[in-house]
Design a protein around this ligand. Structure first.
Ligand code: DQA
Length: 149
């Protein structure tokens, strides 16, 4: 059985490709999902790919991941900078957590420089465009290969 990785996306990422393409690029979230599926397959992983604009939904998926997933890749979008609740949920998850940002948040407004999620994340990718997701999946495959079970 392949190990399952949850790939979770926060608010406004459903508009990827249409929203500020000069910052986030022209690829859609469906394109990102297709790239993640292909990368997961090559690396012997299964993925569950989700997006929500609602904080509670992301928290519920993290709780579900406790039972069914070996790792979490998360782009919490604006919740990165605001959500203690998502940090708390991730702290209740035992596997590796990787944080992805399409843009280089450190080159942007000061309020984007702080991430609650980074207090839990085992690694952070920012500014690699949507390629950050596939790089995170490759890293996740290595991290999970190094663990038992
Ligand atoms: C983002 C960066 C966040 O600051 C922003 O609120 C987003 C997307 C990124 O992928 O670059 O919505 O997480």
């Amino acid at each position: 059985m392949p190990k399952t990785v949850f790939v979770l996306n926060g608010p406004n990422l459903n508009l990827l490709g249409k929203r500020q393409p000069e910052i986030y690029g022209h690829e859609t979230l469906a394109d990102v999902e297709a790239q993640c599926l292909a990368t997961a397959k090559v690396n012997g992983l299964a993925i569950r790919f989700h997006q929500s604009n609602a904080e509670f939904q992301i928290i519920d998926w993290i709780h579900e991941a406790r039972e069914t997933a070996a790792g979490i890749i998360i782009n919490p979008a604006a919740f990165t900078h605001t959500s203690v609740a998502i940090l708390d949920a991730l702290n209740a998850f035992e596997g590796p957590v990787l944080e992805v940002h399409i843009s280089n948040v450190h080159k942007r407004e000061a309020f984007r420089h702080h991430s609650y999620v980074s207090l839990r994340a085992d690694g952070v990718i920012a500014g690699f465009g949507v390629q950050g997701y596939t790089l995170a999946l490759q890293r996740m495959a290595d991290l999970l290969a190094a663990t038992q079970g």
